[in-house]
Ligand binder design. Sequence first.
Ligand SMILES: [Zn+2]
Ligand SMILES: [Zn+2]
Length: 276
Amino acid sequence: MKLTILTDNHAAPGLACEHGFAVLIETGGKRILFDTGQLGAFDANCRALGIDLSDIDIIVLSHGHYDHTGNLADVLRIANRTTLYLHPSALVERYSIRNDKPKPIDMPEAAKRAIDELPKERIVWVTEPTRLTDGVFLTGPVPRQTTFEDAGGPFFFDPDGKTPDPIEDDLSLWIEQPEGLTVLAGCCHSGIVNTLDYIENITGQKRIATLIGGMHLSAASPERLDRTIESLATRNISRLIPCHCTGQIAAERFREELPYPVEAGYAGMVVESGKG
Ligand SMILES: [Zn+2]
Ligand SMILES: [Zn+2]
């Protein structure tokens, strides 16, 4: 199993960074693209890393935000036999509202159009835990059980801020391997503790070889951060790789306080394990 970060808020020397996320997973002869970044860093990094997008088998959208769906239309044009996995709510109109200013944060129109034009048999609507291929699964919507986690920001369906957006479409991916699970989150608007609890419930597996992805904790309350660290510290995790929207403060506290290796992710980072 090989996982390559193609777009992230940080990048290896020579690669581009942007506020966005995209990861290529290669396992069991399948190539899975998890999110598509926001702007040009994705394309630049794919070229620099020699990634051929034409033979992507599966595209997963972790959720519908613009920083994960920015290059979807282009990728669908190139990867013309791929199947797209997403939750129906990934397509909704949505905003973040700061200082009374609504900012649209839904996916670009080109991406919505590309999905609309895709033959129905090439779309899988993910509304429950779903198998992608051998040993690779999606959570679908994650039950929000903890009291201390929220969607992570001022998110609404309308520009007036009347209807909160719980970002129901948020999903994470896990890969089952002998050494434990690799868990990959996009923004983790469901909360990382909710997500890990849910995956543990489904799989019965407590060992996590690698936990990687955006954990959206930059706006987290001190209480949320404390309780998240408390929960992460008690888990059987071998390696944590905070990416994208995890936030500097959370990532630093993870590094200082968690009893296992923590290394911040960046575009160009490769995580390999097992065979296949
Ligand atoms: Zn994000
Ligand atoms: Zn997001």
